[in-house]
Write a protein that binds this ligand. Sequence first.
Ligand SMILES: C[C@@H](O)[C@H](N)C(=O)O
Ligand SMILES: C[C@@H](O)[C@H](N)C(=O)O
Lengths: 160, 160
Amino acid sequence: EREIVSGITYDRDQAKITVTHVPDKPGIAAMLFTPLSQHNIIVDMIIQNASLEGFTDVTFTVSKKDLKDAQKIIQETAKTIDAKNVEVDDQVSKVSIIGVGMASHAGVAAKMFSALSAEGINIMMISTSEIKISCVIQRKYTELAVMVLHDTFGLEKKSS
Amino acid sequence: EREIVSGITYDRDQAKITVTHVPDKPGIAAMLFTPLSQHNIIVDMIIQNASLEGFTDVTFTVSKKDLKDAQKIIQETAKTIDAKNVEVDDQVSKVSIIGVGMASHAGVAAKMFSALSAEGINIMMISTSEIKISCVIQRKYTELAVMVLHDTFGLEKKSS
Ligand SMILES: C[C@@H](O)[C@H](N)C(=O)O
Ligand SMILES: C[C@@H](O)[C@H](N)C(=O)O
């Protein structure tokens, strides 16, 4: 059955900000991201999982150079919406598998997760689309993760 | 500045499963998704946000026809890994904005979130990439959401 994974990409220039325990009601996401866009902060990933009991966490990633500014802006908003906290981690990387039709291949995601876990690499965040499966991991594991994924998917390692 | 949003897509055939309070340690994601792939369950989105205190939730979506099977399989695994619960919602839709270079335009995400909230549509889950911003909402709001997003981004509504 034909190979659908075409490459591995990674981004070491990532910092993540999580706004915890925000009210899960209309308008909150807009309130979080509008000030960031007004300050021209480039936001890479946005992840929000389903809420339990009316509250959820919203995470987004920015480049390290924007972390200070983004954090300042977000802390304002977090206060306004009465979020519990703003958690920051500037020691993360995003590692992604690029391909096609991957949504119909749950096996690709499972294979990626297994490969990382076999090396003891914890997967901190997951976000997927049909063409990209992204995992956020601790930055110190980036090189190891990229190597392991290239091996697992039988890809030639080229510098990216 | 040039238009970067090229279209709106939606998928009404979505059901979401959330495994709550799973240990945030290597191997858990692999344990969740390997059995699904072995049963040829097509998984569309996978969302996992950053953990607090060593536990996190993992959500994925499947087509409605696969919900029963997926739920059965996942409930097994959830027991094995000592997750708190398996929460299912078969009344959801995924609505997405497709474009290019959107990661550098936090404004696009903010605009999408504002447009939905202005109609009182709650955003249950968010997952983004540079070319796609996806929101999971209650299915009953699908038509309204698609219409509102077409207006907001000045797109011609074609049937999709
Ligand atoms: C949490 C946030 O996404 C909220 N549900 C909203 O619709 O804005
Ligand atoms: C929760 C799950 O993703 C876990 N962190 C893992 O690495 O498998």
